[in-house]
Design a protein around this ligand. Structure first.
Ligand SMILES: [Mn+2]
Length: 256
């Protein structure tokens, strides 16, 4: 449990967004999405007690010992500026950027999590994560994740020339992106795996809110009278984010 936001000042908020999917491959869509993210950060900077990026910021990310992928320079620059301004930045690893290591930690003091975490923001207890592999089903993905995070495989990948490794990684990511992002799986209502996961979690430990990304669908579902699950949507279609102050949780659109 992170207590650092329990005494959030009245005029400050914790902001959360996920699934920017910056590919690092130049294109009009890419630069539009990146400048949107930069504009958002610029807009929220003055009000932010912390900024939480809940996974899949990058469409593919891999850190070598001394090398990081090209691309997203404006976003990374803006995050660095914001961090230097004294605002904590928290990354959750998504299934597309699960190889985030210590680069952002060392460069901008970011905190990086690989699994859902509980936060106390004002008087609200909030669980936040990316959401991949949680809940029933998707056995294929869970297996692939095990293969990808297996130490020896990561080590082998690191020894591949980066031009080849990055090409491969971007190819894998692009394959899943064309499948999932332009047409995310239809909304399953009460059978949404993440909803079921939240329900299960809630039965052992109460949270006022559960906030996840991954689904590329923006929706909200009550878990019981006092708990709610919010999905962040993505920045390809929804362009939504969540703002939490000491008393309220709000879903907002970048245009708001
Ligand atoms: Mn995603």
């Amino acid at each position: 449990m992170i207590e650092q936001f329990s005494k959030i000042p009245k005029d400050k908020k914790v902001f959360i967004a996920s699934d920017f999917h910056l590919t690092g491959v130049p294109s009009d869509m890419e630069s539009e999405r990146e400048s949107l993210a930069v504009r958002w950060l610029e807009m929220i900077k003055e009000d932010a007690a912390a900024i939480i990026l809940a996974g899949d910021v990058f469409d593919f990310w891999f850190e070598y010992q001394t090398v990081v992928p090209k691309g997203a320079i404006r976003l990374i620059g803006k995050l660095a500026e914001i961090a230097d301004y004294g605002i904590p930045i928290i990354f959750f690893k998504g299934n597309h950027d699960l190889w985030l290591k210590e680069y952002f930690e060392k460069e901008i003091g970011a905190i990086i999590y690989g699994s859902p975490q509980s936060f106390q923001v004002g008087n609200q207890k909030i669980m936040i994560g990316h959401g991949d592999g949680l809940g029933p089903g998707d056995r294929k993905f869970k297996m692939i994740k095990k293969v990808f995070t297996f130490g020896l495989n990561k080590w082998l990948f690191r020894w591949m020339h980066p031009d080849i490794g990055m090409k491969l990684g971007r190819y894998w990511s692009k394959k899943s992106w064309t499948k999932n992002m332009s047409r995310p799986d239809p909304y399953l209502g009460e059978r949404e795996p993440l909803y079921l996961w939240c329900k299960e979690k809630e039965s052992t430990e109460h949270h006022d809110y559960y906030i996840f990304g991954h689904r590329h669908l923006q929706y909200e579902m009550p878990i019981n009278e006092t708990a709610k699950y919010i999905n962040l949507g993505d920045w390809l279609n929804d362009r939504t984010y969540v703002a939490i102050d000491s008393t309220e949780v709000k879903v907002l659109k970048i245009e708001d």
